[in-house]
Design a protein around this ligand. Structure first.
Ligand code: ZN
Ligand code: ZN
Ligand code: ZN
Length: 240
């Protein structure tokens, strides 16, 4: 802006537009520079992240957990998006260094992020069980709920239509016609709401007569916790 001011003072007033053009060109140039700088910064952050992450994985593979923790500190300083797997690796390191409670928390966080389809889900579940055995002396396995075929809900009678699949028309109250008046006096016209039927399809179950209710056995989770003794825990985690 100071450039604009001195420019305006220097030039005669009828050439003011020259100053404006100059300001716009300079502004455009500096904007371009900023964008270029930002993308260079992103590129170098990505490069750093890649190398820290590779180090982290390597240190975990060789069970060099102190080094792995240092790699994590470096990654956290980059303030970049990290993959869900990191939660698994943190839990893995914690369980393997005897921090069972924290380790279990990280592994459960990983499972909640990726569900059972995650790349390390089987491993995470194994280490959760291992942590439990060290904390409580037993562990829980999640088995599919047979009551709801693992869906977490079961079908019950529709509460809106009481299992009829239809609702009484709230315009004609079941008569199918509506009283109206014209020049000849009172007439009855078919109810538009229910097309003269007196009822229409239930707005809750859409005629299926059923609605979903949380499964009373698994409480909507689709799985049932089964208590297991630690001697049933496999020696090593299974993998997909
Ligand atoms: Zn009606
Ligand atoms: Zn219904
Ligand atoms: Zn169930």
């Amino acid at each position: 802006m100071s450039f604009l001011k001195s420019c305006l003072n220097f030039l005669p007033s009828n050439t003011n537009y020259i100053c404006l053009v100059a300001v716009l060109v300079l502004y455009g140039f500096s904007l371009q520079q900023t964008i270029a700088n930002d993308s260079t910064k992103v590129k170098s952050t990505n490069k750093l992240y890649k190398s820290y992450y590779q180090d982290f994985i390597k240190h975990i593979e060789f069970k060099q957990f102190d080094q792995a923790s240092k790699d994590l500190v470096k990654i956290s300083r980059l303030d970049t998006l990290v993959p869900d797997e990191i939660a698994y690796f943190i839990g893995y390191v914690q369980v393997n260094t005897g921090k069972y409670t924290q380790g279990k928390e990280s592994l459960e966080k990983y499972i909640s992020l990726v569900s059972d389809t995650g790349k390390y889900a089987d491993y995470a579940n194994f280490y959760i069980h291992l942590a439990d055995c060290n904390i409580k002396g037993h562990y829980y396995e999640l088995n599919p709920c047979e009551n709801c075929q693992s869906t977490g809900y079961s079908k019950i009678e529709c509460s809106n239509c009481k299992g009829k699949g239809q609702e009484l028309c709230n315009k004609c109250f079941g008569r199918g016609v509506i009283k109206s008046k014209d020049s000849y006096g009172e007439i009855f016209i078919p109810c538009a709401r229910c097309s003269g039927l007196g009822y229409y399809q239930c707005s809750k179950c859409y005629g299926s007569k059923k609605e979903n209710a949380k499964c009373g056995i698994c409480e909507g989770i689709g799985k049932i916790k089964v208590k297991k003794e630690c001697n049933t825990l496999p020696k090593s985690p299974s993998s997909k």
